[in-house]
Design a protein around this ligand. Structure first.
Ligand code: URA
Length: 200
């Protein structure tokens, strides 16, 4: 069994936090292990818990449409979440649950080693940049250790609010150029007194 398969089995059998007691299925994540892009959401919802797959509900449909708009499909990328089991009634994941689940996500990132990590919403953004509001960070690629993080709004937020949706669509359009390395890091952009990503 490969290291990745062992990891997935460990997640499926995990009982480290109370979320495991109420889950139907754990949702480890799925996609290409050679992906250039990893998407990190928050946690599984109702349909994800039923199927054991990430982003299969309405937010997942929007994510697929956004991927299509830049010429990708979900098999080209890797999709996972901060916590691998559904928080009851879709409540926000608790800090302790995120901490218990963190080694699984960190291992997934090490195995896949993507060019870009797209954080979907505030929880995955806070993994890398705690304390910065998502409204300030979104749309700005930023280095974190050796990783490149590109924060965007969560598709579920975009479904609730049309303004977020157009911002999310615009931020996705920036992704191909970021993948090509054609961007200016947020730290540089800040020196230039600008919060916009600078595309060459
Ligand atoms: N929202 C998430 O954050 N993750 C999913 O897998 C589904 C909806």
């Amino acid at each position: 069994m490969s290291e990745y398969e062992q990891l997935i089995r460990q997640i499926n059998e995990c009982k480290l936090c109370a979320l495991s007691q109420k889950r139907n299925l754990a949702v480890p994540g799925e996609g290409s292990l050679n992906a250039d892009i990893v998407f990190i959401g928050e946690g599984p919802g109702f349909y994800e818990d039923q199927q054991g797959r990430p982003f299969v509900g309405a937010a997942g449909q929007l994510l697929e449409n956004l991927l299509e708009s830049i010429g990708f499909n979900r098999e080209d990328v890797y999709i996972t979440n901060m916590v691998k089991c559904r928080p009851p009634n879709n409540r926000d994941p608790l800090p302790g649950e995120i901490v218990e689940c963190r080694p699984y996500l960190d291992r997934q990132l090490e195995i896949i080693n993507p060019k870009v990590i797209v954080t979907l919403g505030r929880y995955s953004f806070a993994k890398f940049f705690p304390g910065i509001p998502i409204s300030k960070g979104r749309g700005i690629p930023q280095k974190w250790n050796n990783l490149l993080i590109y924060p965007v709004y969560h598709p579920a937020a975009a479904l609730r609010n049309g303004k977020f949706r157009s911002v999310l669509e615009r931020d996705f359009q920036g992704l191909p150029r970021i993948l090509e390395g054609k961007f200016q890091d947020a730290n540089q952009a800040e020196n230039d007194n600008s919060r916009q990503i600078k595309l060459f």
